[in-house]
Ligand binder design. Structure first.
Ligand code: ZN
Length: 285
């Protein structure tokens, strides 16, 4: 299944994408939130589509898409999880996953604008595979970890490199700014996607290819990440894990290249669709 959320910001309703057409399921479900995933929502949605798909209202194509999950309790990110990206940033490939948090207020829809934060001169891009958790996960064994996955989505882990690296302390300062987490267009359930260890992921800026990688280059694979993170915190249904970015970010170029107002970022992952964001200056409409 491909789950979408549509409508104005903070007023999104749940829907599904079937053969390229969007359908409204808000008469049957409140939202794709913690309660939905925790209480068997995915199975109920599958039953609904099996029996009543023909009776669902169509959502017009021009309606805005929001992120495909409601604001989660956490967005946990993995840093330096591709060997080629670790090299370009000058970092040693980590012996354990590098974790940082992205504020949940950064979440926006896949075609929303990215706002360059006040005072920022080093706003950068990162195409990533995001994992959405389907059930409460604490001290999960690696062998069981994929049972905790609700699905997967495309994510741009937008990053402010000065805030992240030059302002002291953790990376979190450069990761949680408003609009820094465009997710979607849809959440694909695992059966839709097949092998998540060989997905191509790419990103362009103003049409120029910047990133072109594959999840085959993961240093730590998804079952290890879920198990590892669950040793340090409980993951709740609807929580998002972003699994790191391949080479080709602006920070890694010589000289580095950063995003400017008016720039257009497009990205995609096999089976997870494409997204597109236009850069705006802070305070610009
Ligand atoms: Zn990242």
């Amino acid at each position: 299944m491909k789950l979408i959320r549509f409508g104005q910001p903070d007023q999104e309703k749940p829907g599904v994408l079937l053969d390229g057409t969007r359908y409204d399921v808000s008469a049957h479900f409140v939202d794709y939130d913690e309660k939905f995933f925790a209480h068997g929502g995915l199975q109920q949605l599958a039953d609904l589509l099996q029996h009543q798909a023909g009776q669902l209202p169509v959502v017009p194509a021009e309606v805005r898409l929001g992120p495909p999950v409601a604001r989660p309790s956490k967005i946990v990110c993995v840093g330096l999880n591709y060997a080629d990206h670790a090299r370009e940033t000058g970092a040693t490939p980590p012996s354990e996953p590098v974790l940082f948090m992205k504020s949940t207020t950064a979440l926006v829809g896949p075609f929303d604008n990215i706002v360059i934060p006040r005072g920022s001169v080093k706003t950068d891009w990162e195409v990533e595979l995001a994992v959405v958790i389907g059930k409460k996960a604490s001290y999960v064994e690696e062998a069981d970890a994929l049972q905790y996955v609700a699905g997967y989505a495309l994510h741009n882990d937008v990053s402010e490199r000065e805030f992240q690296i030059e302002r002291g302390g953790t990376w979190d300062k450069g990761k949680g700014c408003d609009t820094f987490a465009p997710i979607g267009p849809w959440l694909a359930t695992p059966d839709e996607l097949g092998d998540v260890d060989s997905l191509r992921l790419w990103l362009t800026v103003n049409g120029q290819k910047m990133q072109d990688g594959t999840t085959a280059e993961f240093i730590f694979r998804i079952p290890h990440l879920i198990s590892y993170i669950s040793q340090f915190m409980t993951l709740l249904p609807g929580d998002v894990i972003s699994t790191g970015t391949p080479a080709g970010v602006g920070l890694g170029m010589t000289p580095p290249v950063y995003l400017q107002p008016g720039d257009v970022v497009e990205l995609g992952i096999d089976g997870l669709g494409t997204s597109r964001q236009v850069l705006k200056a802070y305070g610009q409409d």
